[in-house]
Design a protein around this ligand. Structure first.
Ligand code: GDD
Ligand code: GTP
Length: 410
């Protein structure tokens, strides 16, 4: 039997995801027509013998209620539950705190997956690789551009065995372009190592004479657990060539959306929009909610998701974008490399646009000025006719009567 844990963090996190996280907890933000963690659930549900998924975080209890009700309908054979940390316990603290829940039913192994990623989730490949070595953990690795590697956990592995020789979390200088994706498969026996990690942390605290302060309960999966596991040669990497993206900034939802739509085009094309005789022109992978209304003269795609009840007018062009619920885009307007927040309204002959994302970074530097590559309109933003909004982040409820470039509009 297997289980999976999804680490969702809590409301104090996701600040980089503003302004979108002001209206929805990041794990539930829709990409490719489904909440971010619905893609995690779909992936773990494919594992034979997977019985339970535990969502661990420090959001309020009711935040995931609707998601869990829907999961019970979509995956009747999997028990999905939310376990709430009483405070942020760190990426390994919550796993240790809820160890009895994880170990109940005696699972052989369990996956731990960060919520804030989009990935092809080659979980079966990880299981197969895990069964061939004697380590306690197999982590998913991928190569990223050299100059972006230090934003992640970096690892050096022995090529013949995939044994991780060295693990450094967000190193100051370059050590490797092979990074940890935030997807792990643990043997249940790892709990004794987590206990050791916790004891070591407490001992270090006491030795440092900090007795006057209570040791904090936070335990970091990366520094406190993966590092000692690699030193003990109990950590292995499974490298994926398939897609992987981090979802940190609001703008990073757009490439994540593109990656899932392309996966969907290959694996489940029936979920995507098709050109109908009197329907709009559809280019590449596009998801349109059945309740959205698109004028037949509009041109949509590739890499576009359009949410419930959105209304898209005559001659509108949308490409590389997420258009959320109840948005209205009036005739002749253009939305490129952008997220348009819930209930926003874009006038006629307006442009809301960003620039393409380069690699894993969602900022661009033009003429020495750093700005957002993806334009984000928060909830209920109104863009008047013929206005151009380029490389901007716009906070909720703004009314834009003039054009703006490279700004954060509060
Ligand atoms: N339950 C819970 N409790 N979840 C948490 C906590 C916590 O206290 N803190 C973070 N998380 C969740 C976040 O919601 C996210 O899904 C995940 O754990 C990792 O978040 P961060 O701690 O912000 O780390 P990071 O994303 O900067 O880096 C991590 O992920 C990279 C891959 O995306 C590291 O593991 C890197 O090594 C890795 O490369
Ligand atoms: P493709 O034509 O899709 O290959 O895009 P491109 O990369 O050649 O051009 P670009 O990214 O600049 O524009 C994307 C699409 O938006 C193009 O199809 C343009 O015709 C369309 N477009 C650009 N500006 C406007 C506009 O102001 N209004 C409308 N309705 N469409 C526009």
């Amino acid at each position: 039997m297997h289980k999976a844990v999804i680490l969702v963090g809590g409301p104090s996190r996701g600040t980089r995801f503003r302004p979108l996280s002001l209206n929805v907890p990041k794990p539930l933000f829709p990409v490719a027509g489904a909440p971010i963690i619905a893609h995690h659930l779909a992936a773990v549900a494919k594992i034979e013998g997977l019985k339970e998924v535990l969502i661990i975080g420090f959001f309020e209890d009711n935040v995931f209620a609707n998601f869990i009700n829907q999961a019970a309908i979509d995956y009747p054979n999997i028990n999905v539950r939310y376990l709430r940390e009483y405070q942020a316990l760190g990426t390994a603290g919550g796993i240790y705190h809820f160890r009895d829940e994880i170990l109940r039913g005696d699972p052989k192994s369990f996956f731990v997956i960060h919520a804030d990623i989009a990935c092809a989730f080659p979980l079966q490949g990880m299981l197969d690789a895990h069964s061939k070595h004697r380590g306690l953990c197999t982590l998913l690795g991928t190569k990223v551009p050299r100059e972006q590697a230090n934003k992640f956990g970096c690892l050096i592995a022995r090529p013949e065995t995939n044994e991780v020789l060295h693990y450094v979390e967000k190193p100051d200088s370059f050590i490797s372009d092979l990074i940890s994706c935030g997807v792990y498969l643990f043997d249940s026996a790892v709990f004794s190592e987590i206990k050791n990690a916790l004891d070591n942390k407490k001992n270090a605290h006491e030795e440092n004479d900090y007795l006057w302060s209570a040791p904090d309960d936070r335990l970091r999966l990366e520094q406190d657990l993966l590092r000692p596991l690699s030193e003990g040669r109990k950590l292995y990497v499974f490298e994926t060539q398939n897609f992987w993206r981090q979802i940190k900034t609001a703008g990073s939802a757009v490439p994540a959306n593109a990656a899932y739509l392309e996966q969907c085009a290959a694996e489940a094309p029936e979920r995507l929009a098709k050109k109908q005789p009197n329907g709009p022109e559809i280019v590449g992978a596009v998801y349109i909610h059945p309740s959205a209304s698109i004028d037949p003269t509009a041109k949509i795609g590739p890499n576009v998701s359009i949410g419930p009840r959105a209304v898209i007018g005559k001659g509108v062009r949308i490409k590389d974008a997420i258009v959320l619920d109840n948005v209205v885009v009036n005739s002749g307007s253009c939305v490129l490399h952008a997220v348009v927040g819930w209930d926003s309204r874009i006038g006629a002959w307006a442009r809301v646009e960003g620039s393409p994302v380069q690699g894993h970074s969602t900022t661009v530097t033009k003429n020495g000025i750093k700005s957002q590559s993806i334009t984000i309109l928060g909830k209920e933003v109104s863009v008047k006719d013929e206005i151009i909004i380029r490389n901007c982040i716009v906070l909720p409820h703004k009314e834009l009567k003039a054009s703006f470039h490279n700004e954060i509009l509060m």
